[in-house]
Design a protein around this ligand. Structure first.
Ligand code: NAD
Ligand code: UDP
Length: 316
């Protein structure tokens, strides 16, 4: 039974990996969801199980264009997130981040509603401070092949804070670190999906460089819980707030863990390191701990097992 004190919430990018989990979570809390997506990388199969729910609605829409609907809150996730996808049409990537932010902020301003931006640890670029606190301004190449994503997201953050200062809009900015889980795309080039698919197919595991670069991987359920807590936090907490798992692993350790957990006979194949590949990345989540009472609960091995299970049964 619908509780009418609950909200109507827009999730842009709601048919994507994180967006579909967020829609599920918010529906389970009794909210009404408007999922806005142009299916650039998102898939109907990610949300097929939600379509019968009378409180779930989909609008096929590109956030680069204005949107006129009524709602109580916006989560702005629309943007391709994996390097293969965001580098496929870099101009469109920047447009999605910048025009998308302008349009969704404009909508939030007209409706006087709260809006959360899915930003990224990529705003720190190849960091010279480790781990990265929110106060670190980053080390970003403005003209490289990752710049369409990194600078687009940085500009979106600027827009969020200017709408906040200039129009008194209630904003929340989450800086998401590498997140993984079911509904990642098997061929999107991201390291967790790549390694699992390679291991399940018995192919060589492609470790770029010597595998000593580090990342910290957050399981999707933990991340979504952080999103919801941030949206519900007091208005003075605009962020940016880092959301990620501070447990740091080398890419080689990840490859070895995937081989072990899948029981695969795959071998490791070292390949050249891509341009601008950050050496280290680990979130400092002190702020999220203090203000949101949040820290990730799911250990890498458990999260990897759930993800491996999804990819085993995965069919396009
Ligand atoms: P994803 O590619 O699975 O989802 C992005 C969604 O946005 C897709 O459904 C896509 O179709 C939609 N989209 C893209 N351009 C659009 C446009 N112009 N108009 C409307 N919809 C559009 O990626 P994800 O991993 O779910 O990432 C979601 C958000 O979180 C992104 O903004 C991403 O930058 C951010 N993020 C993700 C991670 C991660 O590890 N997954 C890390 C940092 C930040
Ligand atoms: N990576 C790798 N093999 C792959 C895919 C990625 O060694 O098949 C490495 C990549 O070079 C990077 C890390 O894994 O150092 C994480 O890559 P991903 O694209 O998943 O995320 P990001 O670089 O955006 O953190």
């Amino acid at each position: 039974m619908k509780n009418y004190s609950n909200k109507r919430i827009i999730v842009t990018g709601g048919a994507g990996f994180l967006g579909s989990h967020l829609c599920e979570r918010l529906l389970s809390e009794g909210h009404e969801i408007i999922c806005v997506d142009n299916f650039y990388t998102g898939k109907r199969s990610n949300i097929a199980h939600l379509i019968a729910n009378p409180y779930f609605e989909i609008i096929r829409h590109d956030v680069c264009f204005p949107l006129y609907v009524e709602a109580d809150e916006i989560y702005n996730l629309a943007c391709p997130a994996s390097p293969i996808h965001y580098q496929f049409d870099p101009v469109q990537t920047t447009k999605t981040s910048v025009h998308g932010a302008i349009n969704m902020l404009g909508l939030a301003k007209r409706l006087r509603i709260k809006i959360l931006q899915a930003s990224t640890s990529e705003v720190y670029g190849d960091p010279s401070v480790h781990p990265q606190p929110e106060s670190y301004w980053g080390n970003v190449n403005p003209t490289g092949i990752r710049s369409c994503y990194d600078e687009g997201k940085r500009c979106a953050e600027t827009l969020f804070f200017d709408y906040h200062r200039q129009h008194n809009l209630k904003i929340k900015v989450a800086r998401i670190f590498n997140t993984y889980g079911p509904r990642m795309y098997p061929n999107d080039g991201r390291v967790v999906s790549n390694f699992i698919m390679q291991a399940l197919r018995g192919e060589d595991i492609t470790v770029f460089g010597n595998g000593s670069q580090t990342r910290s991987f957050c399981y999707v359920d933990d991340l979504i819980d952080g999103f919801v807590r941030l949206m519900g936090s007091p208005d003075d907490l605009t962020g940016p707030v880092n959301l990620g798992n501070p447990d740091e692993f080398t890419i080689l350790e990840l490859a070895e863990a995937v081989i072990r957990l899948t029981g695969s006979e795959s071998r490791i194949d070292f390949r050249p390191l891509p341009e601008d590949d950050p050496r280290q990345r680990q979130p400092d989540i002190s702020l999220a701990k203090k203000r949101l009472g949040w820290s990730p609960l799911i250990k890498l091995e458990n999260g990897l097992n759930k993800t491996i299970e999804y990819f085993r049964t995965y069919s396009e």
